[in-house]
Design a protein around this ligand. Structure first.
Ligand SMILES: *Cc1c(COP(=O)(O)O)cnc(C)c1O
Length: 427
């Protein structure tokens, strides 16, 4: 645990320059690194020494920024990936293989749902999707002897349900598997899932962490608390020798604190190569420096807009976790006491057609496949991000045909409200 508060770590975490070194995180734009002897390099390949040899595996700029996110989440190890998709794929595939099974919340991001239900299913990994509001009995019944992990999102995109992290962590641990939480929408500024029992945290850094719609990226953080060796037979990838690394057993050599990220880097990054570039990591770090300041404003604007929509007679329903009366309000008070995020979902009276007309009249909010940007944007998921889903799958994912997802940026709340009001007046 760092000695500083999260605000200070957003600004200065991960990088402490020495005398005469650059104040800003240097971009180490080099694919490779020089060594004096082959023996020196050999030690790196054997994971006997730590250091850099090829930027597909590790790069100093990326590691510096990963270290900042690690501090923000209160973890023991972290790695950057090229996207949030890569982060979630690696986090699950690092422990679940062909023939294994994973329990996941049904209200997850559409891209993650496709990754799990279609692509990873083709790889022989089965998923059981459970409602985040399921009973303890239903949750327990979803586990199988070959279950290797539980997965959910702190604030689901775009359903905006809040996961009862403590309850899901308890169920996961009772079944001797880790809980993986995608913390993209809350960010560690508003929720730190490790404090509630989660074991692994993932991020699409493309969203609030970057925050400016500038770069696609992802991150995985390990709490260092899950005891892999205590469940040796469940996690052979971590607890038995890796032939592709001269028989190293990750959980033995790197302990609870380092095994998960070392394996994901040494095996998955080596073989799949979804690396983040040092340039992107630099941009991500600029975003992280103001994350704490921006999240407060995003949440303030989100709540102001949600309250306005909630009393408007042309609005059918509003979902926003911090809005009084919301189905996730109690969970939001527990897990997100300082605010949730800038994203508000709502239904315009008149359904799909009215939603599209309304969006066409907005002047400040641009129609984009994006959220968590400094600039307000909006999307109609049923005709865009979620269009591959059947009506039944849409309902399970918490996305109705009339749902508009509005991502409140950092503008003045009253300007956003005025823009929405004039667009609604056109209906
Ligand atoms: C966007 C998003 C992802 C995917 O991230 P990319 O960076 O677009 O690959 C995963 N999870 C959540 C919650 C997201 O919002």
């Amino acid at each position: 645990m760092s000695q500083y508060r999260i605000e200070t770590n957003c600004v200065q975490g991960g990088y402490r320059p020495d005398n005469g070194e650059p104040r800003q995180v240097p971009i180490i734009q080099s694919t490779t690194f020089k060594y004096n002897t082959s023996e020196d390099m050999g030690k790196l390949f054997d994971l006997e020494a730590s250091g850099y040899f090829y930027s597909r595996l590790q790069n100093p700029t990326c590691d510096t920024v990963a270290a900042k996110i690690c501090t923000l989440e209160g973890g023991t190890a972290a790695m950057l990936t090229s996207s949030g998709q890569a982060a979630n794929f690696y986090a699950v595939f690092n422990i679940a293989n062909c023939g294994d099974h994973v329990v996941a919340s049904s209200t997850i991001y559409g891209g993650t749902y496709n990754l799990f239900a279609v692509t990873m299913k083709k790889m022989g990994i089965d998923f059981t999707f459970v409602s985040p509001d399921c009973t303890d009995e239903e949750l327990n019944a979803a586990f199988q002897p070959n279950t290797k992990a539980v997965f959910g999102e702190t604030i689901a995109n775009p359903a905006l349900t809040v996961l009862d992290i403590e309850r899901f962590a308890k169920a996961a641990h009772e079944h001797e598997v880790p809980l993986i939480i995608d913390n993209t929408f809350a960010t560690p500024v508003h929720c730190r899932p490790f404090e509630w029992g989660a074991d692994i945290v993932t991020h699409s850094t493309t969203k609030y962490m970057d925050g400016h719609g500038a770069s696609v990226g992802g991150c995985i953080v390990d709490s260092g608390r899950f005891d892999w060796m205590a469940h040796k037979e469940k996690f052979p990838g971590l607890c038995t020798p890796d032939d592709s690394y001269h028989g190293i057993t990750y959980a033995e050599k790197f302990g609870k604190e380092g095994a998960f990220i070392t394996k994901a880097t040494a095996q998955l990054m080596r073989d799949f190569g979804s690396t983040q570039s040092p340039q992107t990591a630099f941009l991500l770090n600029l975003g992280l420096e103001s994350l704490h300041v921006r999240m407060a404003r995003h949440a303030e604007n989100g709540l102001a807009v949600a309250r306005f929509l909630n009393q408007h007679d042309k609005i059918e329903w509003v979902t926003y976790p911090s809005l009084e009366g919301d189905r996730s309000y109690d969970l939001a008070q527990k897990y997100l006491p300082h605010g949730s995020c800038g994203v508000v979902s709502f239904g315009v009276k008149g359904g799909r057609k009215a939603a599209e007309t309304f969006m066409g009249h907005l002047k400040l909010a641009a129609i984009e496949t994006h959220v968590a940007d400094a600039r307000t944007c909006c999307l109609h998921p049923a005709s865009s991000t979620h269009r591959q889903m059947s009506d039944e799958e849409l309902i399970k994912a918490g996305v109705s045909g009339d749902l508009v997802r509005l991502s409140c940026g950092l503008e003045h709340a009253q300007d956003l409200i005025d823009d929405i009001a004039q667009a609604l007046a056109k209906l």
